[in-house]
Each structure stands twice: as C-alpha cells, then as structure tokens.
Design a protein around this ligand. Structure first.
Ligand code: SF4
Ligand code: SF4
Length: 311
C-alpha cells in the first residue's frame, strides 16, 4: 500500500513533495493524538489493542505534512483521535490547512466553543456532503447532555455543519432516546451508530469477513486498504489494528520520498482486526456495502521469525 524510507533517528524535516491520494480512496484519517480527556469503557480505540506511548508531531510539522496532500474529488481530511482537540496546536493546525482542502472533525466537544469560533471559521467545514462535517460524539457514561447540547447549538447557530452521534448501547437506551429527542428539537441531526466488537460475550457489528474480529486463532492473509490512516507521529498504517498497536507501519508521511502504493500486503493478524476496518458500512457517498479493507487468501498463519521481529 504505502512506501517510504526515513531512519527513525532522523529528525522530521519539512518537505514540499506532494502526496497523491488515489482517486478511489474513501477516507483520510488524521489522528492528531490517541489520548482523550474522557474514558469510555467501550472505546473502540482499545478493541484490538492500543500502544499509547506516542510522540506526536508538533503544530508546524502537521501543517507542513497535511498541506502536501493532493486529494481526489473533495475527499476531506478527517481530523480525529483519541480526542483531537487535546493536541496543543489544535486551532493552529485547523487554521493552517490549505483552504482548498476540506476538513471533517470528530470530537467529543469538551473544548471551549467560543474560543474555537474565534479561531476557526465555519467556512473551513462547509462542503457538499450528505452528513455534517463536525460529528460530535455523545457518551452517556462519561458526558452530561445539557451542556453538550448548549455547545452544539451555539456552533449550529454560528453556521458550523454539526451533528450529534452516539453508539447504540442497551443500558443507555433511555438516555439515548432523550438525546435524540432533545437534539432534533433543536433542528440538529442525531445519529446512532451500532456498537462494534465483543461486549458482554457477544460480537456486535455486521462484519464482512467471518473470524476477523476477536478470534481465538490468528491467520495470515493479503489485505488492501481504501484509507489513508496517519498516526500521531505521522506514521502511516494499513488499518486501525496496525495503527493502534504500531504494527507494520507502511510509511512515514513526513519522508520526502513518501508515496502511497495501492496494493495488497501480507498480514498475519487476521483474527484481531479492528471492527472499524471490516464492518460493512456506507462509503462517503452514503452508499451501503463498503468496507475499509479488502481481504483475500486467508490461510493458516505463516509468519516468519524475521517478520515477527519487524512487527
Ligand atoms: S470520547 Fe471517544 S475517544 Fe474518548 S474515551 Fe470516549 S469513545 Fe474513546
Ligand atoms: S487483515 Fe485485519 S489486521 Fe490485517 S491488515 Fe487487514 S484489517 Fe488489518
């Protein structure tokens, strides 16, 4: 999929080489940080493991690297995490991204929205899309609804395309139906997403590949992605499992010779896939039936000692 070369000890230097994102790619995920200011028990970041010892890029490095991207057909850069607003350069990064690049933001909105509105114009988020570009997550377990709705409404009135999302969890049924009612009463979209992964002994989510999630036995396969996923330290990974665990990085996006190579790669972690990657979902045009990765040649695990060491 992705190739590059830069020894890890070499400082990350600004570069002006363009990074061309293939025209069929469906998503660009920019993980400013994997840290979060909340702690939800069902957080998807932990489902297939999470290495939290990360050294994130600084503000200038992010701006430099994001502005090298050439993206197809208005595909937005989705700024996410963890909680992206805890990056110390959050506002500056949003301000520094080239104006022709579209931005989506996934956030729990724990930040000061007045400060946000002072620094980042609603125009940065306006684009043609069937869903809001600022998608706020509501987690009844860790958040209070009224102050959250106050903030959302304030941004909505200022012209930011914003919607509230939550995860379908049985024990929070009444909180979620209250949230839906209150949000829609304000004229703002509320969407429930399905719970993913293994909880309470059950596997949740509509997955394309049987045995890919929470399996007892790992297998080998060939896997190809339709996403550009960039970790907090600017490493590129072929899927969420690899990104969260720092396994088999496929490139360093700050390297001057970095380019996306769109091909199948061998993986030896089929069975511990993150549900995000193999769940059947809508593509960015809201057409159902898409998965982030395509997998073929699933077989008994044939990882070599050398590959194990490099992982
Ligand atoms: S707010 Fe989101 S990223 Fe943070 S702990 Fe909750 S689910 Fe995870
Ligand atoms: S098979 Fe699963 S773990 Fe391996 S690269 Fe594909 S999505 Fe990631």
């Amino acid at each position: 999929m992705i190739g590059n070369s830069r020894p890890s000890s070499e400082p990350k230097m600004p570069s002006h080489n363009k990074i061309i994102v293939p025209s069929h790619f469906n998503y660009i995920g920019i993980f400013l940080t994997l840290g979060c200011n909340l702690s939800c028990s069902y957080c998807i970041n932990y489902l297939s493991g999470l290495d939290k010892l990360r050294r994130p890029l600084n503000t200038e490095q992010w701006i430099d690297v994001l502005n090298r991207l050439e993206v197809p057909n208005g595909l937005p850069l989705t700024i996410q995490g963890g909680e992206p607003s805890i990056h110390p350069g959050f506002f500056k990064i949003l301000q520094g991204i080239r104006e022709d690049l579209k931005i989506d933001l996934l956030t729990n909105l724990q930040f000061d929205v007045d400060e946000f509105a002072k620094h980042v114009s609603p125009q940065r988020f306006i684009r043609e899309a069937p869903y809001a570009s600022i998608r706020v997550s509501y987690h009844p377990e860790t958040m209070d609804l009224p102050p959250l709705l106050d903030k959302i409404y304030k941004l909505h009135k200022l012209g930011y395309p914003i919607a509230l999302y939550s995860v379908e969890i049985d024990k929070y049924k009444s909180e979620l139906s209250m949230a839906k009612e209150m949000t829609e009463r304000l004229g703002i979209t509320f969407k429930l997403k399905e719970l993913l992964g293994e909880f309470d002994g059950n596997l949740h989510g509509d997955m394309l590949y049987e045995g890919a999630v929470a399996a007892k036995e790992l297998k080998s396969c060939e896997c190809k992605t339709s996403e550009l996923l960039v970790s907090p330290e600017a490493e590129v990974y072929r899927c969420h499992h690899d990104l969260y665990n720092r396994k088999f990085r496929t490139g360093d996006i700050t390297a001057s010779n970095f380019k996306i190579v769109d091909e199948y790669r061998t993986c030896h972690f089929f069975g511990n896939c993150n549900p995000c990657d193999i769940k059947i979902k809508n593509n960015r045009f809201q057409k159902h039936g898409h998965t982030s990765v395509t997998i073929k040649n699933i077989r008994p695990r044939d990882i070599t000692q050398r590959e194990e060491t490099l992982a």
